[in-house]
Design a protein. Structure first.
Lengths: 112, 113
């Protein structure tokens, strides 16, 4: 049974710091794992999708890794900026590849 | 075109009203989703249509009625809602099958008086 958790729940860092967000899942037989960001009151923006056969994906200052055996994914943000302030959510399929469920999210605040 | 378009952006309705939320995508995606999101909570899955057939219903009350008229459109019909149904309703789509990125619309903010 797939459960998705995220640590920390909230994070506040000064501008310029590198940071790591964590996502854990209980069922290692996932099809893929996706990271999103959400600004207040807005929809979700896809950041990175990692297929089950991949170990990591990179986009600009973002790097996401996947370790299926340990049930973990990390999102690494380099040289954080105030514009990175948002809630970051990870999502993975549960029981079937259509049933995509979300972790509780990490609220990130980058202080200028 | 990588857009999922939702209308209306905001909706206020009374508990006796009937209204609908609409979602449209032209990416050729074959799976479409409705999620409900309350403040400071993650999206909760409500319904999934796969190849225009309802494949997942997460025990959603019958006052929410989904409809998929064709592969590009998804509706959510609302009737006799309760104030606790006030939330952001998000539509999403993905190509279908065991891979594929989930794309979201901007959501419809629903307030039930």
């Amino acid at each position: 049974k797939q459960e998705v958790t995220q640590i920390p729940a909230a994070l506040s860092v000064p501008e310029g710091e590198n940071l790591v967000l964590n996502c854990s899942f209980t069922d290692s037989a996932i099809y893929n794992l996706q990271w999103f960001r959400q600004d207040p009151g807005k929809g979700l923006t896809s950041l990175l999708l990692i297929q089950s056969s991949q170990r990591e994906q990179t986009s600009g200052r973002l790097n996401a890794s996947l370790d299926k055996s340990s049930g973990r994914s990390t999102l690494y943000i380099a040289a954080s900026q105030p514009g990175d302030s948002a809630t970051y959510l990870c999502a993975a399929p549960k029981t079937s590849y259509d049933k995509v469920i979300f972790g509780p999210g990490t609220s990130l605040s980058v202080i200028p | 075109d990588t857009e999922v378009t939702q209308t209306p952006k905001h909706l206020v309705m009374g508990m006796t009203n009937k209204k609908s939320l609409k979602c449209e995508q032209h990416m050729g995606h074959r799976a479409m989703y409705w999620y409900k999101q309350k403040a400071k909570k993650p999206p909760e899955l409500m319904f999934v249509y796969s190849y225009e057939k309802l494949s997942i219903n997460e025990s959603v009350p019958s006052r929410f009625s989904p409809e998929c008229p064709n592969s590009s459109l998804l509706n959510l019909h609302l009737h006799a809602l309760q104030p606790e149904d006030s939330a952001l309703y998000l539509c999403a789509s993905r190509p279908g099958g065991d891979t594929g990125e989930l794309f979201f619309g901007e959501g419809s903010r629903l307030t039930v008086l």
